[in-house]
Design a protein around this ligand. Sequence first.
Ligand code: KG4
Ligand code: ZN
Length: 335
Amino acid sequence: MNNNIIILGIETSCDETAAAVTVDGRKILSNIIFSQIPIHQQFGGVVPEIASRHHVRRILPVIDEALRVAAVPLSRLDAVAVTYGPGLAGALLVGVAAAKGLAFALNRPLLGVNHLEGHIYAGFINHPELEPPFVALVVSGGHTAILYVPAYNRFELLGRTRDDAAGEAFDKIARVLELPYPGGPELEKLARLGNPASIAFPRALKEDLFNFSFSGLKSAVINYLHNKRQNGEPTDKGDVAASFQAAVIDMLTGRAANALQARDTTKLVLAGGVAANAELRKSLTQITARLYCPEPALCTDNAAMIACRAYYLYKEGLYSNLSINAVPSLSLGEE
Ligand code: KG4
Ligand code: ZN
């Protein structure tokens, strides 16, 4: 295969309209993100219909900007990649329609990418030396899962959350603590003011090697705040945030340690929006010296990770058909 494969990646699964151009998967020429966070902030969360409308408005300008910054003409693209799931149906459709149109018009392969696989492959961008096999811990707003990645293009699901995703739990507890949306980064900031050992919140599914559960923890925090209010006692929100965060991190770190041991590897890739949490990264470095984590801008949703993932599909000729559709509940490592 000739070198310098240039791929345009497109990502519209949730509330970021993003496009990126990469060379040979791991080198970013441009990575443009139009974040809708300020638009959804007033509603306290992502409103799917509004997200779709803004994707429609922004998708072509964002693609144009990605090509302009990369100084790559459309004719130089080797393939067009797009997230086709999981995510919000109406949001995914915008990216999928744009990618199909471009691939068809340019007569180039279309590469449909699983968003969660994209998050894992973000680890390759900052770490040129990283190669499979490794264990991947995916912690995003919609998903929490632990996988074994034995080789490129292969994913083996070891465990996942039984209820809420870790990011979702962060966002819900941030909301009850009256922090602005998106709550994860705000909660992390508040937690710096508190003592993580001050409140003993529960750690669920202790006997389970790989699966997670966060809904019991969420209820415990809400009950704690409720009881304090009922008794007219003051609450230290910093302590609540720090103790909640410590419980989530304990559960994630414990399962990651189990997975590394079970698959006899020390390589751990941390992926997804919650990977931006510095305390989580610190905790994981205590179980392995070989933690691979993308820089914060590549942890949250972006299109560079989609183009990077797509490169390895391209190399094996794993092209998508132009009839590909959005798959909102696309799974990971279960096929
Ligand atoms: O991967 P992502 O950008 O979108 C999804 O695919 O879900 O993840 C967003 C999630 C949100 O729940 C957000 O609150 C959380 O990642 N998040 C964090 C931090 N930064 C983002 N959670 C905890 N600490 C952070 N620093
Ligand atoms: Zn994501």
